[in-house]
Design a binder for this molecule. Structure first.
Ligand SMILES: Cc1cc2nc3c(=O)[nH]c(=O)nc-3n(C[C@H](O)[C@H](O)[C@H](O)COP(=O)(O)OP(=O)(O)OC[C@H]3O[C@@H](n4cnc5c(N)ncnc54)[C@H](O)[C@@H]3O)c2cc1C
Length: 488
């Protein structure tokens, strides 16, 4: 079989890789995204706090600061273009004493220097008006009205679907294990097991594993990547009024600390802690970790109802020992761009990171000519609104067009068979139960899929014309069924 050749190959379909593909998809450039996992957002992008940070944390002059502030301004318009839930709810960093106030002042000055708009320090009365459930001991807060929340994997799905619609090729289960550079024809050969593609330019957006990609190439990043895990609890929508803004405690040397925040779907998220772990893949949740974040949450909102927990999860940060994002062309290998050490605020900064990568590629000789037939929405059919988000008249219209929109599959999250079929048929097909879950929210409610999981598997089987026992939960070897129970 002929080996496919591309102008650009992006390694990693996290928010950095997919956002870069989204920006490149507007131009007449042949681009491929190579992802080790079965889906977009298989790594850190799947599990984080989901905050579009305003940009007062990072030190003035750092790449983090510059790209955070710019990125946070770009997320809203992209979310609007692609129908992604985004809420500019604002954030509050809570201070309890004079020492905290001193730190809040420092963040205020730093934020202003970074270009964050609307920052101010508020006092107890106003704070309690804005957040009636906050601790009575909270005396001050740094208010950042430009901060927001988003669903991180939905943002990644939206930009990847748009780029796939515009001709970017996605290769899944493509774990890059060999990269060769041919100095004569100036092409990179990028392989994974028995698969190979060629590309003139390469972007290393492999998150936690970007150091390993550099080593596979024969290059070395000038810092180490330390995996730091953060654990979370998610509370039921019944607790949605616990906080109106993202509430942080005054940060420590360990980072931004534990937060209590609304999510775009109406839940409350609590966490994360920050603990160095041995394995980059260690997304386990521990009882000590949950106690730590419960204690942190109670220091912000003493009466928070932690009995309403519906799930727990953890994500792993790619913390660079250098302290800043590292986005530059390799000194040893031409036209090979590393985007490494992208820890928080990598999500908030992602559109600006992608712009930055595009500029490096442009300066390195890649030609950017706009496509005349660029499709602005997620798919050629539009932005794939879910039944839950539709108005009454939109629902009636959808059911008339396709009666499957009238069949409720997930009662907790109001997901219909029409939503699920649509997710399976989109440019990046949701062909496992978890892929459907993250795209439609079927199984994300209070019962966590107890009611609908089997039905979702049946719909996938029917759509893909396979047997139910062939349907996977999250990866190619995660079977749900192995045969008929009576036979067993
Ligand atoms: C606990 C926690 C909280 C956070 N909170 C926030 C927040 O509130 N706001 C914010 O802005 N940021 C936050 N972040 C940071 C943010 O999540 C990351 O900066 C961002 O998701 C990084 O995206 P990425 O694309 O670089 O990496 P990833 O999402 O990890 O993507 C890299 C991809 O590369 C793939 N890959 C790896 N090796 C290979 C290979 N050999 N071949 C092919 N593919 C490969 C992986 O499977 C993965 O899908 C948080 C992070 C954590 C862990």
């Amino acid at each position: 079989m002929a080996i496919k050749s591309y102008d650009v190959a992006i390694i990693g379909a996290g928010i950095v890789g997919t956002m870069t593909a989204f920006m490149i998809g507007k131009y007449k450039i042949k681009c491929a995204v190579l992802e080790a996992g079965i889906d977009v957002a298989s790594g850190t992008t799947r599990a984080n706090s989901a905050i579009i940070h305003a940009g007062y944390d990072a030190h003035e002059g750092s790449l983090k600061a510059k790209l955070n502030v710019r990125g946070s301004r770009l997320v809203g318009p992209i979310a609007k273009q692609l129908g992604v839930h985004y809420n500019k709810c604002g954030s509050l960093v809570i201070g309890y004493n004079e020492k905290d106030l001193e730190h809040l002042r420092l963040l205020l000055v730093r934020g202003k220097k970074n270009g964050v708009r609307g920052l101010e320090i508020i006092e107890q009365d106003r704070l309690r008006e804005m957040e009636p459930n906050v601790s009575k001991d909270a005396k001050y807060a740094l208010y950042a009205p430009s901060a927001g929340i988003v669903c991180p994997y939905d943002l990644a799905y939206a930009v990847s679907e748009n780029s796939a619609t515009n001709g970017v090729d996605y290769y899944f289960e493509y774990k890059v294990d060999k990269i060769d550079y041919n100095e004569v024809n100036k092409l990179y050969t990028i392989s994974a097991n028995d698969k190979t593609i060629k590309a003139k330019y390469v972007v290393n957006a492999a998150g936690l594993y970007s150091d390993e990609i550099a080593e596979i190439l024969g290059d070395k990043l000038p810092f180490k990547i330390i995996p730091r895990r953060g654990e979370y609890m998610l509370l039921d929508k019944s607790e949605g009024k616990t906080a109106n803004h993202t509430l942080f405690v005054t940060p420590s040397e360990k980072g931004k600390g534990i937060l209590v925040s609304p999510t775009v779907d109406g839940n409350i998220i609590v966490g994360p802690n920050a603990n160095v772990v041995e394995s980059k893949a260690d997304t386990g949740v521990t009882s000590e970790g949950l106690s730590e974040i419960a204690e942190g949450a109670r220091s912000i909102v003493p009466d928070i109802n932690l009995d309403a927990i519906i799930t727990t999860f953890a994500g792993v940060r790619a913390t660079p020992t250098s302290g800043d994002f590292y986005i530059r062309e390799s000194e040893k290998f031409p036209k090979f761009v590393h985007a490494a050490g992208i820890e928080s605020p990598g999500l908030a900064a992602s559109p600006a990171i992608a712009e930055y990568i595009v500029n490096i590629l442009r300066n390195s000789g890649l030609k950017f000519k706009e496509k005349e037939d660029y499709i602005t929405t997620r798919t050629a059919e539009g932005n794939c609104k879910l039944f839950y988000d539709m108005s009454e008249s939109e629902r009636e219209k959808a059911i008339k067009k396709d009666p499957r929109y009238g069949k409720m599959v997930c009662r907790c999250e109001m997901v219909t068979e029409g939503d699920i079929v649509n997710a399976i048929r989109r440019p990046i097909s949701a062909h496992t139960v978890d892929m459907v879950k993250r795209r439609t929210r079927a199984g994300m409610g209070r019962c966590q899929g107890g009611y609908c999981r089997a039905k979702v598997a049946e719909i996938i089987a029917k759509e893909l014309n396979i047997s139910v026992s062939e349907v996977k939960k999250f990866s190619s070897n995660s079977n749900i069924l192995c045969g008929r129970t009576k036979r067993i």
